[in-house]
Design a protein around this ligand. Structure first.
Ligand code: FES
Ligand code: FES
Length: 159
């Protein structure tokens, strides 16, 4: 099948990938660019493991074709840290044991970042609602909600 050259930016780095029209964005990011923060879970848009932002919007990268990201700016959870310095939300997840296997964590982190940008002082119900597109099979969600609440508090939001 003919390949298309797609130019995009991933975590601040300009990139170019040759993809088939059917190539999913998550496969281009992981398999061709080697950025493995977004995970592959269901590949049907349900689990949120593959979540990234595209031009600032949260998207499930298994639900987009790579060609749809042409000229776009992708951010993965790997792009949240500043070098070796974890992002405050990442620090909160670590401090509150907001992960076990970590498979859902990249999507959770980006969903949390989006929430806190929109609502710096969310209630626990609002946190749970913001995570409804992200499934965790390990934690029971309690510590994930704790982590986001703590991140909000550390940023001067919730007490
Ligand atoms: S792998 Fe994309 S939503 Fe599950
Ligand atoms: S920590 Fe394992 S799926 Fe969430």
């Amino acid at each position: 099948m003919a390949e298309h050259e797609v130019e995009l930016t991933v975590d601040g780095e300009a990139a170019s990938v040759a993809v088939e029209p059917r190539t999913l964005l998550v496969h281009a990011i992981r398999d061709q660019l080697g950025v493995t923060a977004p995970k592959i879970g269901c590949e049907t848009g349900k689990c949120g493991a593959c979540t990234v932002t595209l031009d600032g919007t949260l998207v499930k990268s298994c639900m987009l074709l790579a060609v749809q990201a042409e000229g776009g700016t992708v951010r993965t959870a790997a792009g949240m840290a500043d070098g070796d310095e974890l992002h405050p939300i990442q620090q909160a997840f670590r401090a509150t044991h907001g992960l076990q296997c970590g498979y859902c964590t990249p999507g959770m982190l980006l969903a949390a970042e989006r929430l806190l940008a929109d609502q710096p002082n969310p209630s626990r119900a609002e946190i749970r609602s913001a995570l409804k597109g992200n499934i965790c099979r390990c934690t029971g969600y309690q510590h994930i909600v704790d982590a986001i609440e703590r991140a909000a508090a550390d940023a001067g939001g919730a007490p």
